[in-house]
Design a protein around this ligand. Structure first.
Ligand code: NAD
Ligand code: TYD
Length: 368
């Protein structure tokens, strides 16, 4: 039975990946999930798998070399899928150091422990071992607004935020292991994800949550920054397909050609909420564009991201399956059906963060 070591499996994409993998492979695989359970890690995301015999959770920090090498020593790990990271740009602007620690040092520890466990005396690696590093399109920087330019795997790295700089650094470390040791790895660079279990500090769940509570919907700057949104299930399927069908040592960009301005996203969410809330639901009265509030822009705000997924389509046969109109409705339905999840994650620590982040942000004018 193949054993996967998944890092950051209690977070948004990692938990979706674990659900997907058990849905697809059932008892034919074993998953060990290593997560430090930061503010973004939530074991509630994995309630339905926690009693499986082929699933193990280990609470550990990926920077803890002793803990990670112990996992490799105790288990025959075949695949590493490395999600664990600090992932939010706004937090990275306020506190860059933890991003460098987790994203750069943590990745170095993961690489080093996997290398030590998998390397043969002649410097080659045991057959079939693979490491997949999950990264972001933000490493490529920002594209011009009215351009048909896209991010390709060959686009030079040009990160701007501390988050994207730390992810770019981690990508380069993985590349250095491939180039120096012929370490068996892949890197995937994906566009913005949305879907179930996403922490409501990111645009889409934040807007859904705020709108349902009648809170203001904060739009940074002019609201015309463009992101390329992909339903999380399409991302996790792509990760599995790259490990199964991709060429080792290659980078694959993942995205579904779904570029939208932030303000468009907010309008689509409001429209979908209006359509999906029951006729007698009192929230219908305030889930409206009046909630839209323009606030001070994010520092160094990248203007446009857009992925060219040509390589993964041609080499791996991956295509996105969930179009945005359907994906956003699935996501909203999930949030309707999981109100307790949202209540739990928005109480305590998250609430404090929210007050700090938006309490001091100057409002630019409402309902523009
Ligand atoms: P997330 O913030 O929801 O989850 C991160 C997880 O990592 C959490 O469970 C957290 O507890 C864990 N973690 C953090 N620091 C850790 C540490 N030191 N040791 C062990 N675990 C630790 O993030 P996400 O949105 O699920 O992103 C997962 C990965 O995908 C990240 O590497 C991110 O850069 C990448 N990515 C995200 C997106 C996106 O749109 N969210 C897009 C492309 C790539
Ligand atoms: P986010 O979800 O933080 O992802 P990223 O910064 O990694 O792309 O933000 C998506 C876009 O939405 C980005 O252009 C910033 C913008 N944004 C807002 O306008 N308001 C908000 O409250 C948030 C969280 C983001």
């Amino acid at each position: 039975m193949r054993t996967y070591l998944v890092t950051g499996g209690a977070g948004f994409i990692g938990s979706n990946y674990i659900h997907y993998m058990f849905g697809k492979y059932g008892d034919r695989i074993r998953i060990i999930n290593v997560d430090a359970l930061t503010y973004a890690g939530n074991l509630e995301n994995l309630k339905d798998v926690e009693n499986r015999e082929n699933y193990t959770f280990v609470k550990a920090d990926i920077c803890d070399k002793g803990a990670i090498s112990e996992i490799f020593a105790q288990n025959e790990i075949d695949r590493v899928v490395h999600f664990a990271a600090e992932s939010h740009v706004d937090r990275s602007i306020r506190d860059p150091e933890v991003f460098v620690r987790t994203n750069v040092l943590g990745t170095a520890v993961m690489l080093n422990c996997a290398k030590a466990a998998w390397e043969l005396p002649d410097g080659s690696f045991q057959e079939g071992k693979k490491f997949l590093h999950v990264s972001t399109d933000e490493v490529y920087g920002s594209l011009p607004e009215d351009d048909n330019a896209f991010f390709y795997e060959t686009t030079p790295y040009d990160p701007h935020s501390p988050y994207s700089a730390s992810k770019a650094s981690s990508d380069l470390l993985v590349k250095s292991y491939m180039d120096t040791y012929h370490f068996p790895a892949n890197i995937t660079n994906c566009s913005n994800n949305y879907g179930p279990y996403q922490f409501p500090e990111k645009l889409i769940p934040l807007i859904i949550n705020n709108a349902l509570q009648g809170k203001k919907l904060p739009v940074y700057g002019d609201g015309r920054n463009v992101r390329d949104w992909l339903f999380v299930e399409d991302h996790v399927r792509a990760i599995d397909m790259v490990q199964e069908k991709g060429r080792l040592f290659e980078t694959y960009n993942i995205g579904g050609h779904n570029e939208k301005q932030n303000i468009e996203i907010i309008r689509i969410i409001l429209e979908a909420l209006q359509e999906m809330l029951p006729a007698n639901d009192p929230r219908r009265a305030y889930v409206k564009e009046d909630l839209i509030t323009y606030v001070e822009d994010r520092k160094g705000h990248d203007r446009r991201y857009a992925i060219a997924p040509d390589k993964i389509r041609a080499e791996v046969g991956w295509e996105p399956e969930t179009m945005f109109q359907e994906g956003i409705r699935k996501t909203i339905r999930w949030f309707f059906e999981n109100e307790d999840w949202m209540k739990n994650v928005t109480s305590g620590g998250y609430q404090k963060y929210y007050d700090e982040m938006y309490g001091g942000r100057k409002q630019i004018g409402e309902n523009r």
